[in-house]
Write a protein of this length. Structure first.
Length: 516
């Protein structure tokens, strides 16, 4: 199933610089650093007026594709998928049963000199091949050229080719005294790796004790497993069926980085598909194809994604090779020419339901309504993706450099995700043009998200709409006053055409429909 698609371009550099995307997000109100006026808080982000619209549009498209109008199954009938909105804080036994209390951790090393902490599996150790000199610790995804800088400083004039890179977890701890940490200036300051649990802890009620300790959910999935019986008993779903949920999840990530890609508070879109164990393999293939298609439907080009089967050492203990987790990965500017995870499609077997059955004592068996003897714990196929990571992906994919326009770029959003579908711009703020523009705006706003922008020169207003990815700009000018026609400017081509003002709604509906 794994197939590596060709890379987006074959140069060494991505077409878009992350710094430009981050700057645009702040300038135009998509994404701000959380608590910015207090210096921010690492790993937390706020979605501004346009960011929340973009996020809600993606969220609604996922919900529609999963719950409102789920896909047609292999038998030609629509699949049964119902929605859920479970609590962020659950009984802490949930996370013992799911394995998160015992196992949801990363191996960490601390630097005694700089007091910084690193994920051991994100660090490479550069060892001189000739055995002479220090060993240098550098980040694995070295997008800032740190290895080169460190080599210049500590490498005794050797070039990168004179070193061999080994992931830190594979280095013997007895050799740690030779290593200069990623930000250190002397060798031997890294501690041995320790496990660090990623769940945020809190206390429920007035007393803070071990007994009142609870956790912010690190994934939305467990809320679904906890409600599997409730959903079965209260609705008319039968195996196979799905339960879908969108909501916040929290992970105390050691190194939140790459803008919102890895944050400590984020949103997930997860669906648990409950099926007969014998059918799980086939459903896994079904969902892989379906999810890839969905990403394409929101504007992610097929060649910007790859499907990657987890390697043997990444597989959960219950998963079979080639039937475990497959990731849909995207070629982000900061992973380029590599790819980063967008979504995981996992065969979770009966692991979670069995764990909750054992820990809670509640039976999780499914009894076939047509055959009472046919009882089993369903297997689960889980497409799990990040909504906030999807926002970043859509922004990266849409960002198009174009030196021929004043903004130097535009966001090539699909209309379905664009925060504004059209903008109405009177050429000047006089001669009755604002009034005509307002009239058109009042008519269109009933049907679609439109922007009315009256002030500033027209070039600046076009630039703003290009930067926020509005597919169409409608300009009211002096001719409009004479012949009741307006100019429609197409975002991607900048081509303009004139149509009658009373045809604008029909025209936009048709065009936006065609581009959907
Ligand atoms: P990673 O290996 O990158 O830590 P994961 O494999 O643990 O991620 P899952 O538990 O499978 O991730 O979560 C499902 C989805 O949730 C991911 O594909 C990703 O889109 C999103 N996600 C996970 N962690 C984060 C995070 N810290 N910030 C933003 N999105 C995240």
């Amino acid at each position: 199933m794994t197939q590596a698609s060709p890379a987006k371009n074959t140069d060494d550099t991505p077409t878009v610089d992350m710094k430009d995307i981050v700057a645009l997000c702040k300038r135009r109100g998509f994404i701000f650093q959380a608590s910015e006026i207090y210096g921010g808080l690492n790993g937390f982000w706020d979605y501004g007026p346009l960011g929340v619209e973009l996020k809600n549009n993606i969220r609604d498209l996922w919900w529609k594709a999963m719950v409102t109008t789920p896909p047609i199954g292999p038998d030609g009938e629509p699949l049964q998928i119902v929605g859920l909105d479970s609590s962020i804080i659950q009984n802490p036994k949930t996370w013992v049963a799911s394995g998160h209390v015992g196992g949801f951790s990363d191996p960490m090393v601390d630097c005694r000199q700089t007091k910084r902490r690193y994920r051991a599996d994100h660090i490479n150790i550069l060892q001189p091949k000739d055995g002479e000199g220090h060993w240098l610790a550098v980040p694995q995804d070295d997008d800032e050229g740190i290895s080169e800088k460190r080599l210049k400083k500590f490498g005794k004039g050797k070039s990168i080719g004179a070193f061999e890179a080994t992931p830190l977890p594979e280095v013997n701890t007895s050799d740690y005294d030779k290593i200069i940490g990623p930000d250190a200036s002397e060798p031997g300051t890294l501690t041995e790796p320790k496990e660090f649990n990623l769940m945020f802890e809190t206390y429920v009620g007035a007393t803070q004790s071990e007994d009142s300790k609870a956790y912010l959910r690190p994934e939305t999935a467990q809320g679904i497993f906890l409600n599997y019986k409730n959903v079965l008993d209260s609705s008319r779903v039968r195996i196979p069926f799905g339960i879908a949920q969108i909501g916040k999840a929290y992970r105390n990530e050691v190194n939140p980085r790459n803008f919102v890609f890895r944050s400590r508070e984020f949103e997930q879109m997860e669906m648990e598909w409950f099926c007969h164990p014998d059918d799980a393999k086939q459903w896994r293939e079904f969902w892989i194809a379906e999810r890839k298609r969905w990403w394409e439907s929101i504007g992610i080009k097929s060649e910007s994604m790859i499907l990657r089967e987890h390697d043997r050492d990444e597989l959960s203990h219950y998963a079979k090779e080639g039937e475990g987790t497959l990731d849909i990965e995207y070629q982000f500017p900061f992973t380029y020419p590599g790819f980063g995870e967008l979504e995981g499609i996992a065969h979770r077997c009966d692991y979670d339901l069995t764990q909750h059955q054992e820990h809670s004592g509640t039976k999780m068996q499914y009894i076939d309504p047509d055959d009472n003897q046919n009882r089993y714990i369903p297997h689960v196929i889980e497409p799990a993706s990040g909504l906030t990571r999807a926002v970043l992906t859509v922004l990266c994919e849409a960002y198009t450099v174009d030196p021929d326009r004043p903004s130097g770029m535009y966001l090539n959003f699909k209309p379905s995700v664009a925060p504004k579908k059209a903008a109405i711009l009177p050429l000047v703020a006089k001669d009755g043009m604002p009034e005509l523009a307002t009239k058109l705006y009042m008519d269109l706003r009933e049907d679609m998200a439109v922007d009315l922008d009256i002030k500033q020169n027209i070039g600046k207003r076009y630039a703003r709409q290009d930067e926020i990815g509005t597919p169409f700009c409608i300009t009211i000018d002096s001719d409009t006053l004479q012949d009741q026609t307006v100019t429609i400017r197409h975002r991607n081509t900048m081509e303009q055409e004139r149509i009658s003002i009373d045809k604008v709604k029909e025209y936009l509906t048709e065009q936006l429909g065609q581009m959907a």
